[in-house]
Write a protein that binds this ligand. Structure first.
Ligand SMILES: Cc1ncc(COP(=O)(O)O)c(C=O)c1O
Length: 314
């Protein structure tokens, strides 16, 4: 968890406003009914200035989340992308986490959100590795949650909707109260899905695997980047379901997400994972770090540069 330190500005409905003025009414519809979709994106320092990682893919997922929830976004993909770039430039800090959110606004109450105007905001703040800097090398202790992961018959996991995170929050609180760092959620047939805000990967006998989209996960953009990097590194990879006990018998396990980066899992339900050495995880982590910091020519197309002297529209 992080105490958010205020920056200079937040983008709200088409313009940058001072941080302290980016407020919503207490009767905001999305606040009551969870009708909000959002994204989590990062800008990172590179030798040629700040760059946003896979911005187009994140905005595409944002648009898809809105489609699933019948939300008419009042901004185009290009406008949203430009807003993210302007926001990072205006706040003047290269390494920030960027949070676009679209939600049903104030004015109407009741369960049909289609009559509420859709509001869009984008905030940014400084956020280190979500599961702890030290755990990028040491690894986290995970537990299998007693909460079942939502599925597309109830809350579609592929829409990054605020309501989904009540399920994630229940699992996270349970894990924290039991003395673990992070939960892993199973689906309704007992197969591994993901963490509360990260995808899960397993390495066994040299093969890297991650549950398929059909298991009930959010299709992570970090996950997709890892698949591409693994392929480029000549590592064996498959999308496959695995069970709770296959977590225990893995050679390596790791979480992957924009907030968490690539974080090894050193223990599940009190059982140490593998030998405690994570060569494949560290190799992928290194290559991913190279990609996000513009040190790998093969992945420069994933970066959107933020011109630091860019004039920002009022
Ligand atoms: C539930 C869930 N799964 C997986 C991820 C990882 O997705 P990404 O790599 O796009 O950040 C996230 C983060 O957005 C998430 O909230």
């Amino acid at each position: 968890m992080v105490q958010v330190r205020p920056l200079k500005s937040i983008w709200m409905n088409g313009r940058l406003v001072p941080w302290a003025e980016a407020n919503v009414h207490v009767l905001t519809h999305g606040l009551h009914y969870g009708y909000a979709i959002f994204e989590g994106i990062r800008s990172n320092a590179t030798d040629s200035g700040p760059a946003i990682f896979r911005l187009r893919d994140h905005i595409d997922r944002f648009i898809n989340s809105a489609k699933i929830y019948r939300m008419g976004l009042p901004f185009s993909r290009e406008e949203l992308e430009r807003a993210c770039v302007d926001l990072v430039a205006d706040n003047g800090i290269p390494e920030v986490y960027i949070r676009p959110i679209a939600y049903s606004g104030a004015g109407e109450m009741g369960l049909d959100p289609t009559k509420c105007g859709i509001q869009v905001a984008i905030a940014a703040w400084v956020w280190g590795a979500y599961l702890g800097e030290e755990n990028l090398t040491r690894g986290v202790r995970a537990m299998v949650s007693s909460w079942t992961r939502i599925d597309s018959r109830s809350l579609p996991p592929q829409a990054k909707c605020a309501a989904n995170y009540a399920n994630s929050g229940l699992a996270k609180m349970e894990a924290t109260a039991a003395g673990y760092d992070e939960p892993i959620l199973l689906n309704s047939v007992g197969m591994v899905t993901e963490g509360p805000g990260e995808n899960v990967f397993r390495v066994k006998n040299g093969v890297i695997s991650t549950p398929p989209a059909s298991s009930g996960i959010l299709r992570g953009i970090t996950r997709d980047s890892i698949v591409r990097i693994a392929k480029d590194e000549g590592l064996a990879f498959e999308r496959s379901d695995f069970s709770r006990e296959e977590l225990f018998t893995a050679d390596e396990l790791f979480f992957a997400g924009t907030a968490a980066g690539i974080t090894p899992i050193r223990e599940v339900d009190g059982r140490p994972i593998g030998t405690g050495k994570y060569p494949t995880t560290y190799r992928l982590q290194q290559r991913y770090q190279d990609a996000i910091h513009g040190r790998a020519a093969a992945y420069l197309h994933w970066l959107t540069p933020v011109p630091t002297s860019r004039p920002v529209r009022a």
